[in-house]
Ligand binder design. Structure first.
Ligand code: BMA
Length: 799
């Protein structure tokens, strides 16, 4: 039986003038930070002060010996090395690596026989040195940012992005161990599990590595019950079985049923004496995925079908949740992914400038019924196809397609982020290196061939955006996936309504993080929208200019930082709501939206819904309303207005729809009531009158529509606020005598760890709400009265 000896824990870190105890898995920055050797890179512009770390070389060291039973082979196994490493054991070089996204295994049988401790060292060369070496070999290549991320297989966004700092780290970022084994071990298992006509189908391939040419058997068990035995003759290293499993419950995504999981075990035994040699175990589930992209009258759709059912995608884009991904824990993944599901999200896209996430991430998605769209790791650049990189890309893709194949949540592979589009759209062909190879071969040949060979049960898209072929521009809204960035970059958000793309895989609108997140990151005094620290935590090109131009058509210019913060957060919600509700009203023509972006990896003004300190921006709460399975929205349509009844539910939605036209103060002018019946998974459009303010009510859901345009001097909302201590915090009762628009309670201004359960709330005259504030300590009810804790639009605009 394979024996494992964990090598994580205490190591040493050496660098120029640095000798420190180190923690593995980890990275140079976390070790230096842990010992107070660098300042917090998230604060002010310390990012610059620590830039030297990424340009230096580093060595991790410890002694190792084999303490287990005698075996044919002892392997040193690294699940991840970031990135350019030379591994030396007892003075002998075991190998060199240059890819963060792969695992590595070295045979250390002979040096470790004899039980003598030997020094193990992993020397990391700066990623910049490697990128420069590769660039010198292959020539320049254009990209979107002034850093060489396309020349090295390392998390691209560590080099900086339009929401992230440049913090290029190094280290043993995933677990490392010794494995002792004899006769044979399981090298890989690819269980491709699908579901057809009430039967689970398992197409399972197991690969073994051997030290002895003996007959072997691989027993396959589902929840402990043997469902197949696969034989390998002496010398064979691979076996495949196609196994029918009748009576299983299919894995369904959230909103469609239960994400049923089964524990799959492969037990490798000696074919002659039955001794167990090795064992592989992981949860899996049975489901069938198909993306419908058969051309129709309107162009080319992009509709996910899971187990034969069309699924409206309510998605979010995911970036690495930590700039130093070695710091991620299962708890952090779980918190973030549960937050996504609680906001109504059913798909998460792992974006190509990040990483192939840890097993925990995908296991949690499996358990939550959260669909995963996985990009291959290419983003916003021309990528050289020369051998030095091509070989790495192939190895990395094979590794990760295999590693992630058991996860039912993973429903599509995508070749890259924006590379097929930006080469033309950004004029890269005219830049130095623009005539050289740029990655097209990866996306259109190499990667689809690997997916077809190793994982033919999942769809593959060459890129996002992509229109299906070169016959149409890659970011053509009428053909497959579309990234909607013109609006944020150059237009008013109402322009989202100008088109109904077939699938919106990216779109978003910026806002600053929670007040406390920004205040903790920036010591500017006074802190202004344009003061140096605030600007340092805004990485997008002309980001603050775009925020200001986005506000201008809707509000007077903010007169304080607090007002800027409130109004830009409000505009983010309005912009995203305008997009999502418009596009949802066009289902199934528009088959989904993937918001840019769920999360952040440091304190920054960005498109995120959850900020870099894990605080919810008001957008997070609004997302829950926009992505609710049943929702109402009032949309302009054909010169008039309609109530769009969005029923993303398995049952018909029946009820009485009340539509009211109101005046500016919220008083009802006219009202209609009609019975509606909306089929499952469909949208009904009901004509509505015109008016200054329209409200629609159905079954406890509500939609409001104020006339578009400029908002100033609103009537007095006439608020009565009473805060009462409650278990774990405060219940804040708010009553509005008049129309109270966009009430916002900023819980972080009461206590840094306080949270609330609502974002912006609008109350019609006479309405009340209760905001539940929860914190780890008892809160003083009077704290609600402090400036900016609880405010509303009329008050903000009055200044
Ligand atoms: C797209 C994404 C990211 C970027 C975002 C915002 O380009 O793919 O690269 O952060 O837009 O600009």
């Amino acid at each position: 039986m394979t024996t494992v000896q964990d090598l994580s824990g205490a190591w040493e870190l050496h660098g120029d003038g640095v000798d420190l105890p180190a923690t593995v898995p980890g990275c140079v920055h976390s070790d230096l930070l842990g010992h107070g050797r660098i300042p917090d890179p998230f604060r002010d512009d310390n990012e610059h002060a620590v830039a030297w770390v990424g340009r230096a070389d580093w060595t991790y060291r410890r002694d190792i010996s084999w303490d287990g039973p005698a075996h044919d082979r002892i392997d040193l196994v690294f699940d991840g090395l970031d990135t350019v490493a030379r591994i030396t054991l007892g003075g002998t070089v075991l190998g060199e690596t240059r890819n963060m996204h792969r695992g590595y295994r070295f045979d250390v049988t002979s040096p470790l026989t004899g039980n003598q401790p030997l020094p193990l060292s992993v020397h990391f060369t700066s990623a910049y040195t490697e990128a420069a070496r590769v660039e010198a070999l292959v020539g320049p290549r254009p990209n979107a940012y002034p850093e060489p991320f396309q020349f090295i297989r390392k998390m691209a966004c560590g080099f900086g992005w339009d929401w992230g700092p440049t913090l290029v780290t190094a280290g043993i970022w995933r677990p490392v161990r010794l494995e002792g084994w004899s006769t044979a071990r399981i090298a890989a298992v690819r269980p491709l599990a699908t579901y057809h006509e009430n039967t689970g189908k398992l197409d399972l391939t197991a690969e073994v590595e051997r030290t002895r040419d003996r007959a072997l058997r691989a027993g396959v068990l589902l929840d402990g019950r043997e469902i197949a035995v696969l034989d390998l003759a002496a010398g064979e290293t691979s076996v495949r079985g196609e196994i029918d499993v009748p009576g299983v419950t299919p894995w369904d995504p959230v909103g469609y049923g239960e994400p049923a999981l089964y524990t799959l075990t492969v037990v490798l035994t000696d074919g002659d004496d039955g001794t167990e040699l090795d064992r592989w175990q992981q949860p899996t589930g049975f489901r069938t995925v198909h993306v419908d992209s058969a051309p129709d009258d309107a162009g080319t759709p992009f509709v996910f079908h899971i187990n034969g059912e069309k699924v409206l995608i309510k998605g979010v884009n995911w970036i690495p949740d930590d700039i130093f991904p070695a710091r991620m824990t299962r708890e952090r993944y779980e918190r973030r992914l549960r937050e996504a599901v609680a906001a109504g999200v059913n798909l998460i896209r792992v974006w190509g400038g990040g990483i192939y996430e840890n097993r925990d991430f995908y296991e949690l998605c499996d358990e939550l019924g959260l669909l995963v769209w996985q990009d291959f790791l290419f983003a916003c650049a021309c990528y050289p196809e020369d051998d030095v990189l091509h070989a790495e890309v192939v190895a990395e893709a094979r590794d990760n397609v295999t590693r992630l194949s058991p996860h039912p949540s993973l429903v599509t592979w995508n070749g890259n982020n924006e590379n097929l589009w930006l080469r033309g759209a950004s004029g890269w062909t005219e830049q130095p290196g623009g005539d050289l190879s740029w990655g097209e071969k990866y996306y259109l040949e190499t990667l689809p061939a690997i997916v077809a060979e190793l994982d033919p049960t999942r769809p593959y898209q060459p890129g996002s955006p992509w229109s299906g072929s070169w016959a149409h521009e890659p970011n053509d809204p009428d053909h497959q996936t579309f990234h909607s960035w013109e609006v944020w970059n150059r237009q008013d958000y109402l322009r989202y309504r100008d088109s109904a793309p077939r699938f919106v895989a990216e779109f978003g609108w910026q806002a600053p993080p929670a007040w406390t997140t920004l205040r903790d990151a920036v010591s500017d005094d006074p802190m202004l929208p344009g003061s140096p620290g605030v600007l340092h935590h805004q990485k997008a090109e002309d980001g603050n200019g775009k925020l200001a131009r986005g506000l201008a058509p809707h509000f007077p210019a903010p007169t304080s930082t607090e007002a800027w913060h409130y109004l830009t957060q409000l505009n983010q919600v309005r912009a995203v709501r305008t997009g999502i509700e418009h596009w949802r009203s066009h289902w199934p023509h528009t088959a989904g939206t993937i918001l840019w972006q769920l999360n952040d990896l440091w304190p920054v003004t960005s498109w995120a819904a959850v900020d870099g300190a894990g605080r919810h921006k008001p957008l997070y709460h609004a997302l829950r309303e926009m992505y609710a399975d049943r929702a109402l929205t009032i949309q302009p349509r054909d010169g008039g207005a309609v109530v769009a009844i969005l029923n993303d539910h398995a049952q018909t939605w029946t009820g009485l729809l009340r539509v009211e036209s109101r005046d500016r103060d919220g008083a009802v002018r006219s009202s209609t009531i009609e019975k509606v019946e909306v089929a499952p998974r469909s949208v009904a459009l009901v004509p509505a009158p015109d008016g200054e303010l329209l409200t629609a009510h159905l079954d406890g859901r509500r939609a409001l529509r104020f006339a578009d345009g400029f908002t100033e001097d609103l009537p007095d909302p006439g608020l009565t606020v009473t805060a009462e201590p409650a278990d774990g915090g405060l219940d804040v009762h708010v009553h509005a005598a008049g129309l109270a628009r966009d009430l916002l309670l900023q819980a972080d201004r009461i206590h840094p760890e306080a949270v609330t359960d609502q974002g912006f709330v609008t109350l019609l005259p006479g309405e009340s709400t209760v905001l539940h504030v929860r914190a780890p300590i008892a809160l003083d009810p009077a704290s609600v009265k402090a400036p900016w804790v609880l405010t509303d639009l009329a008050t903000v605009l009055r200044g």
